[in-house]
Write a protein that binds this ligand. Structure first.
Ligand SMILES: Nc1ncnc2c1ncn2[C@@H]1O[C@H](COP(=O)(O)OP(=O)(O)OP(=O)(O)O)[C@@H](O)[C@H]1O
Length: 273
């Protein structure tokens, strides 16, 4: 059954520093949910709490009925929470195929001994994983580079491999940290189309941290805005764009009337589209 991801009053402190302060939001099943905000707002920290790399100081994170705060990162991945990282962490000398096969590890049933002895059951299982990885590569558009060492690929291709690797873990929900950072416009559109297809064709929910506002506004079903570790807005792209607090956080001014600031933000989004 499709599950929601719910953060309830999540706080995170490092020593005396408050990084997240009572953050709540729900990612509905089958939706694209963006988490946006200025630099240092706490977006990556929020992702790190969800995926178990950081432990929340207070509050809860549930995926369906499961309390993720009690689990280690590998157990959270086993719950179907997948993640592609902002800084690409692929094995550069391994082929794209091998990089993707590593992601299948947690789904592998055959033990080390039967794999080492290449028993028929282990061989059959490896072949099935390989077939699935090739299907994912076709979906993401990586077939031409499957046998290339990951380190020889351009930045844009490596971002796609990172995305495919996250898909290869068979997630129910996929967290993407700045998937189009540093990409030219054409490649950004390609990734945006891919993210839509992940939602629509695969039925996977997507949680997205992204600075590219035109992309966020066109792609997201729902947006949560963080600023200084606090949730300052939450709603549809249209609602969020019209929200005075969001405009303040982005444009950094409090003097102008809200409708003027909304116009300015709309214009900025239109200019950059
Ligand atoms: N492990 C840590 N120890 C101490 N402070 C941390 C740690 N991780 C994050 N922070 C602090 O938490 C704040 C939020 O950082 P975070 O990376 O989550 O923001 P962000 O919204 O993702 O920013 P950006 O858009 O620049 O990636 C920053 O002030 C950062 O220095």
């Amino acid at each position: 059954m499709a599950r929601s991801l719910t953060l309830q009053d999540v706080s995170l402190r490092f020593g005396g520093i408050s990084v997240l302060d009572g953050v709540s939001f729900t990612v509905n099943p089958g939706s694209i949910h963006a988490v946006i905000g200025p630099n240092g707002a706490g977006k990556s920290s929020c992702f790190n709490v969800i995926s178990g790399l950081y432990r929340a100081t207070a509050g809860s994170v549930h995926f369906g009925d499961v309390d993720l705060c009690r689990l280690a990162p590998h157990q959270i991945a086993a719950q179907g929470v997948g993640r592609a990282f902002q800084n690409i962490a692929l094995a550069p000398h391994e082929t794209v195929l091998d990089n993707l096969m590593v992601a299948r590890h947690r789904l592998t049933r055959a033990g080390m001994i039967s794999t080492a002895l290449a028993l028929p059951s282990a061989r059959r299982e490896a072949a099935a994983h390989r077939q699935r990885v090739e299907e994912i590569a076709i979906f993401v558009g990586l077939t031409d580079v499957l046998r290339a060492p990951a380190g020889t690929l351009s930045y844009g291709w490596r971002k796609k491999v990172e995305l495919a690797r996250a898909l290869a873990t068979e997630p129910d929900i996929l967290m993407l940290d700045e998937p189009v950072a540093g990409m030219p416009a054409g490649e950004k559109m390609e990734i945006a189309a891919l993210i839509r297809a992940i939602r629509d064709a695969l039925g996977i929910s997507v949680v997205l941290v992204e600075h590219d506002m035109p992309m966020v506004m066109s792609l997201a079903d729902h947006i949560t805005v963080l600023d200084f570790g606090r949730r300052i807005a939450d709603g549809t792209p249209r609602e969020v764009m019209a929200d005075f607090h969001v405009i303040q956080a982005y444009l950094g001014t409090t003097d102008a009337p809200a409708d003027e600031l909304a116009d300015a933000l709309n214009q900025e989004v239109a200019d950059r589209a």
